[in-house]
Design a binder for this molecule. Sequence first.
Ligand code: FAD
Length: 520
Amino acid sequence: MEVAMVSTRASLLILILSLCSPYKFIQSPMDFGPLNLLPTTTTTASSDFGRILFHSPAAVLRPQSSGDISMLLSFLSGSSLSKVTVAARGAGHSIHGQAQALDGIVVEMRSLPAEIEFHRGGEGQVSYADVSGGVMWIELLEQSLKLGLAPRSWTDYLYLTVGGTLSNAGISGQTFKHGPQISNVLQLEVVTGRGEIVKCSPSKDADLFNAVLGGLGQFGIITRARILLQEAPQKVTWVRAFYDDFSIFTRDQELLVSIPDLVDYVEGFIVLNEQSLHSSSIAFPASVDFNPDFGTKNSPKIYYCIEFAVHDYQRKNTNVHHVVEVISRQMSHMVSQLYSVEVSYFDFLNRVRMEEMSLRSVGLWEVHHPWLNMFVPKAGVADFRDLLMDNISPDSFEGLILIYPLLRDKWDTNTSVVIPDSSGSTDRVMYVVGILRSANPEPEDGCSHHCLQELLRRHRRIADTAGARLGAKQYLGHHPTRAGWHQHFARRWERFAERKARFDPLRILGPGQGIFPRTQ
Ligand code: FAD
């Protein structure tokens, strides 16, 4: 082992000299002792779901254990030779190169052994799963359902890694009830930028724990997470209701999030055109008889859809259909425009996979995705809708615009995640709006480089205006300048920078976010 360590250190030194050299001389896998460090031979590490930025790293680490990551980071943080940076890469579903490391090292977290260990709590105790940072949520769901258990808080799409979503927040229709995924973690194992392996929790090394949650990969690499579980329902009643009035739509959404004892999931989307109605319905297995008039190009008419769900398990002595009826009687959707269907819990959670398959089959999955996600204070959501409509053409928009309420008090402000300030308002509610746009470069009249840049410019205009006027904050955001990041963090900047100085003083980690340039 001693010899292997020495040989690894020598080889790392050679690697770093190579990375610093204008003539990159590593052409084939090198002997890094126990470290599986490879030159980049594939484009995977230099691309992501966004297909907007393609930054090639100099090498890729395929770790077999936390120790491998620790060895790399200890070496880099103890060497004054280089400015090499390191990015953890989960499933690579970022939009703006957040998991990329130009000329640095990408750590492929999916290489870690996919360990999942369950602990079922007795009466009055919690159940949880200890999972590797590179495990995808779909893998955790498949295993936990065998025990009748499941995590409480989700993302819409499950082929994302535990480490990747915990570095952001992890939100979906359950967030109003259980908080984001970062509010459902009991403990983490983290390799800091200094190379130390630390187990942290709200009661041990709490500052590191809080820093890493929503920390955009800046403070450490999550190698293990303890995820809170609950008893899994078997079936879900999934309901959609349509609206032609925005204020009634949001009023009903707010009604639903105010009755968490009855409702288990709340989302919603804007129905801009036939395509958005069709594509959002791929996974919804009920026959929907909604054929609205979308108006004309010069005078478009748009609609809204609320999606909510009720689990069967909580209501062992109550008929779920009766619960849905009680809820829907209080709603003010368009007459006869409410549809419901019963599906398995697994199919409900995995619904976006069906859309993925459908898009893949017609070549529309691997296209540009200029997405913009924003948290908007309740008081500004109607203005945000107007701003959005001033900047998009409903008839030609491809993709989906999600919009649903979240509750502020489910978010822990000690973590690194940034949500809008309440600015003295007593509103519990804020909204997330996701402009999930696809831009296909393929057909002759498709969205080429110029068109993509124009869409990105428009999104930036929306984000800047909503930030300045409404106090909105980007989620999963990208800020091209340091000033932009300062503005994003605002009064939270000092704490964020102080945590960086403590846990990753040489600024080795997370270069793709563009927050801290690497120092010696
Ligand atoms: P990557 O893209 O690989 O990495 C993201 C960031 O986290 C990078 O900065 C990376 O360096 C860092 N990172 C990755 N792994 C680790 C680790 N182990 N430790 C420390 N840092 C790490 N998000 C939601 O909240 N809700 C949704 O409903 C939702 N739906 C989505 C649907 C689709 C189709 C897609 C493409 C994305 C969706 N997202 C959603 C966004 C998604 O949560 C983020 O992009 C997330 O970062 C993706 O996880 P990943 O494993 O692909 O991370």
